[in-house]
Design a protein around this ligand. Structure first.
Ligand code: FNR
Length: 378
């Protein structure tokens, strides 16, 4: 269907499903075990109610903000997700092109299907990228990649260290479709593997990509190592409790110039099923250690499908909100133009929501505009 006839993210996903390979659909769609956390991620947003104020002049609503000190046109960003070219040859560069008119930030996966150099080759001046790192068991491989990113610092403004997947979750849709494809190996251009590094036997695409990823990361050893190999700000992705958020904030306080943001995320429900939606973690932080918000920027992702979801997260103190699958489905639905349509839909929904709430700017959004009673009962 023509992209302008697709009106919401579910319709984009359905259009993508009819166009991409079964392998691609299964890999993107899949989540751990019974997909409970994946569903809960979206439901948690819906259970927060809005409290619109009236008699406020909202002729215009301005979505611009800053992330790590960089000006962005919207608090909406692209979460790092592997293998965009499974959906469309435009790949990760197509995502960059699709979001360019919104001034959104793009986080690029360690397992991207294009190299970082290829992705930024035609990037718009001022476009902000981040590089997501899965530390490899062969540390020299990660060190070499960090050196490449350091050279591309006109574009890459942070290193996103993913912590919630020291082991891939059990993703049965992915594993099943790969069984049907007889375990054919899928390559990542950013993290190319030698034959010796390839996972023997089956498993899903997720397991194949994971092979070679280190599971021995700790607060004590990993961050000092990382800070030695980059002076870009570090973003810790996959925080799921207020305790870990607090540790991150403490680390940031003791080691200025290292950790600057945390991403509350459960990997789109793809790691540990029945792990909490990011909104729950955000509420925990508000309750037990609100000082975290002053120490690091708090970003969140998982389950975002509507502009209202984004606005609710901002009301709770999130500085930015990421979409993983939505960008990939946009790509599957129509290459870079599909990504553009996806962001256009979300961005218009955010603006509509802000105007109807009586909020002119991102700074106007706060807890007074929402009611979290239903989620807090969970
Ligand atoms: C991911 N995610 C992910 N995260 C990461 O840190 N590195 C990665 O390589 C990937 N790869 C990846 C592939 C695919 C197909 C998906 C769907 C997700 C997780 C991603 O960054 C993000 O946390 C979730 O996608 C957010 O949830 P939604 O928006 O997909 O519901």
């Amino acid at each position: 269907p023509p992209l302008h006839t697709l009106l919401n993210l579910d319709e984009i996903e359905a259009a993508a499903k009819s166009q991409v390979s079964k392998k691609c659909w299964s890999y993107y769609f899949s989540a751990a075990d019974d997909l409970y956390t994946k569903a809960h991620n979206t439901r948690a947003f819906r259970d927060i109610l809005l409290r619109p104020r009236v008699f406020v002049d909202c002729t215009k609503a301005d979505t611009s903000t800053t992330l790590l000190g960089h000006k962005v046109g919207t608090p909406l960003y692209v979460s790092p997700a592997a293998l965009a070219r499974l959906a469309h040859p435009d790949g990760e560069a197509g995502i960059a092109k699709g979001i360019s008119s919104f001034g959104a930030m793009q986080l690029v996966s360690n397992n991207a299907s294009m190299t970082p150099e290829q992705i930024v080759a035609e990037a718009k001046p001022g476009a902000v990228f981040g590089w997501q790192l899965y530390v490899q068991t062969t540390r020299s491989k990660s060190e070499a990649m960090l050196a490449r990113i350091n050279k591309l610092r006109d574009h890459f403004k942070c290193i996103v260290l993913t912590l919630d997947a020291p082991q891939p979750g059990k993703r049965e849709h992915d594993e099943k479709s790969n069984l049907e494809a007889a375990g054919e190996f899928v390559e990542s251009a950013s993290n190319a593997k030698t034959d010796a590094e390839k996972k023997p036997g089956g498993g899903g695409v997720g397991q194949q990509l994971f092979w070679g990823t280190a599971a021995d990361l700790t607060w004590e050893t990993t961050l000092p190592w990382l800070a030695k190999h980059t002076d870009l700000p570090i973003v810790l992705k996959g925080i799921q409790t207020h305790e870990d958020a607090y540790l991150a904030a403490q680390y940031a306080g003791k080691h200025p110039g290292t950790v600057k943001a945390i991403i509350l995320s459960n990997h789109g429900g793809r790691a540990l099923d029945t792990a909490p939606p990011a909104v729950h973690t955000l509420l925990e932080i508000r309750k037990y250690c609100p000082e975290v918000f002053g120490a690091v920027e708090v970003w969140i992702d998982g389950g975002v499908k509507r502009g209202t979801d984004v606005v609710k997260a901002l009301c709770l103190g999130a500085k930015a909100v990421g979409v993983g699958r939505a960008a990939l489905w946009g790509l599957g639905a129509g290459g870079w133009q599909g990504v553009e349509r996806t962001f256009e839909i979300l961005q218009q929904e955010i603006i509509t929501c802000m105007k109807l709430l009586g909020a002119k700017t991102v700074d106007d959004l706060g807890p007074r505009l929402i009611n979290t009673r239903i989620v807090e009962r969970d």
